[in-house]
Design a protein. Structure first.
Length: 242
């Protein structure tokens, strides 16, 4: 079976602009090519990113929204929600859970992709505190908040958003021992993943080194999961939430 059999709508929820491109842009491109509607929810504007001290943090936030919108277009995504939380100070607050629940009820995805709330000590850079908070808040929004009519009552009573249950969550950068690990072959869409990453011009300068590093990750993931030599892959841990 294809990993998208029966899937029409996918929501990606991540902490920062560029997180979805590092984590799953190859998979996203593959799925949008197959007709799946993928939407993004970007929790912060990445205003603490980059190294340019000559611009304000508000200017950086605006730049990063533009960059992420362009990156999304490279992999077939046109529908983005920016929540505008402060970069570097994210917590799995009740307000964040409510805001993600709102997006879930509006988009009604059958699958949500998010970051792992569990620190990965073998890939510490994937476990930025904002990533952990984003994963925790998203899982809380999927279960129980978005499906519970009595959670965040304003969503139903004021905004008219009916409860909605997501069938499953796919987590990136998650330790997979003993869990349901899914591997997506992205060999044919890896170039579009790299094109999406190149849209984040405010964050990186040595593009050749970045491309080499990302291709190395994809190659290692494919090899570790038994794919043929030369293949590239992204990996997720699947959590049933129906």
């Amino acid at each position: 079976m294809s990993e998208i059999d029966g899937i029409e709508r996918v929501l990606v929820v991540v902490a920062h602009p560029d997180d979805c491109d590092f984590g799953n842009a190859g998979t996203t491109a593959k799925w949008t090519d197959a007709g799946v509607k993928v939407t993004y929810c970007i929790i912060t504007d990445g205003d603490a990113g980059g190294s340019d001290r000559t611009i304000t943090r508000e200017q950086m936030a605006g730049m990063r929204r533009i960059e992420q919108t362009a990156a999304a277009a490279e992999v077939g995504v046109a529908d983005l929600t920016f929540l505008g939380y402060p970069d570097g100070r994210l917590t799995a607050s009740i307000e964040l859970r409510r805001d993600i629940s709102r997006v879930i009820r509006k988009q009604q995805p059958q699958r949500v992709i998010t970051q792992s709330p569990v620190r990965n000590f073998t890939r510490i850079f994937a476990s930025h505190p904002d990533h952990l908070a984003a994963g925790e808040a998203t899982l809380c929004a999927v279960y129980p908040d978005a499906r519970n009519p009595f959670a965040h009552r304003e969503l139903l009573d004021v905004e008219g958003l009916e409860p909605y249950s997501v069938a499953e969550v796919w987590m990136s950068a998650a330790p997979g021992a003993g869990l349901d690990v899914r591997v997506v072959d992205v060999t044919d869409t890896a170039d579009r993943k790299l094109a999406a990453l190149r849209c984040h011009r405010s964050q990186y300068s040595d593009w050749d080194a970045l491309e080499q590093r990302v291709r190395g990750w994809l190659e290692a993931t494919a090899k570790m999961n038994g794919l043929e030599a030369g293949r590239l892959a992204e990996q997720f841990v699947v959590v049933p939430t129906a």
